[in-house]
Design a protein around this ligand. Sequence first.
Ligand code: PLP
Length: 412
Amino acid sequence: MHQVASERTDWNAIREEFPILREHAHGHPLIYFDNAATTQKPRAVIDALRHYYEHDNANVHRGLHELSARATEAYERSRQRVAQYLGAASADELVFTRGTTESINLVAYAWGGKFVHAGDVILLTEMEHHSNLVPWQLLAARTGARLRFVPVNEDGTLALEQLDSLLTSEVKLFAFTHVSNSLGTINPVADLCQRARAVGARTLVDAAQSVGHLPVNVQELGCDFLAFSGHKMCGPTGIGALYGRAAILDSMPPWHGGGEMIVSVTLEKSTFKKPPYRFEAGTPNIAGAIGLAAAIDYIERIGRPAIFEHDARLAAYAMEHLAELPGMRILGPSGRRGAIVGFVMDAAHPHDLTTFADQRGLALRGGHHCNQPLMRKFGLPGTTRASFYFYNTTAEIDRMIDILRDAARFFS
Ligand code: PLP
């Protein structure tokens, strides 16, 4: 019989490669279900950071010495690795940033400042993380542009039947998340990009919750920009990237000024390098970029289809057993979805529930998850969120269910 990719993988051996998973919290073996906030790091990534600092550390693109050459080569090799991972046509389409938030702000300032004018529309959705909302509010305040939102249905999907009336010729940019960090919804990115293109709008995909979890190819998706964070996919914090189509990046002015991004400088004015360097002012996070490439190597050895299958099974298992608990409401779609399960329990406020779980070694997240407008829409103060990654197990979910059952008794 045909074996699915995830069944050929030794998930227990993979789990052993994450040293932190042997930690205890409040005297209990740690169960880490806060992967949507940040994932844990495998030994391979920790070793790559250590190797860089022990052997190659120097500034990039500057020194005419051996170590600087090694650091530059490793940094640029990382750019190629990330570009290849995303299916970009060229490494020049890949700008290193601090992460998703900085990538989106870069587009809002550099692209938005030039191409968005009073009366133009930025189309977003009601499920956006504050990172893909606040930069556009600031742009709208600077330019007089307007924001418009695709509503979210009760089941956590987008109300796409309304898209034709929202995606009009006034829309300059349609920016939306690939996978919702509160609902687990997977949006139909390729279709949304194609519909935006049909009205001449640019597209930006917030891929913070997708690039480490499922296959993502920017050319197949047909997006103009895509933003993500390394720390949500086994990489270090403080590194991520913006993918931008070459012709669009070329048309954009710089946003941060400083070293590395110039060709020549006089006291009065400067000329600027081509992308991606035009957008990387100052010393970059060299170690971070190298660690991110190591994370990509690690993820690709397992394979994103296998990771997606494994995590989807965990999410389905968790949803089935959560539904058996008293007074439980689970958010988001019931079909194909990301491994993020948000829920509310009648008996307890999300913060109290999360603290109760923490005392028993279980790391959940409680609150609005940087989705305040979405929480308001659902009439909730927040949710408790369990988010899984490939090193999690069904035994850990069983333990979570036991803890939540105890909580239901304790709080009622
Ligand atoms: N977008 C989504 C969907 C997210 O889940 C997050 C982080 O939780 C972000 C953006 C922001 O990512 P970062 O804080 O790494 O910039």
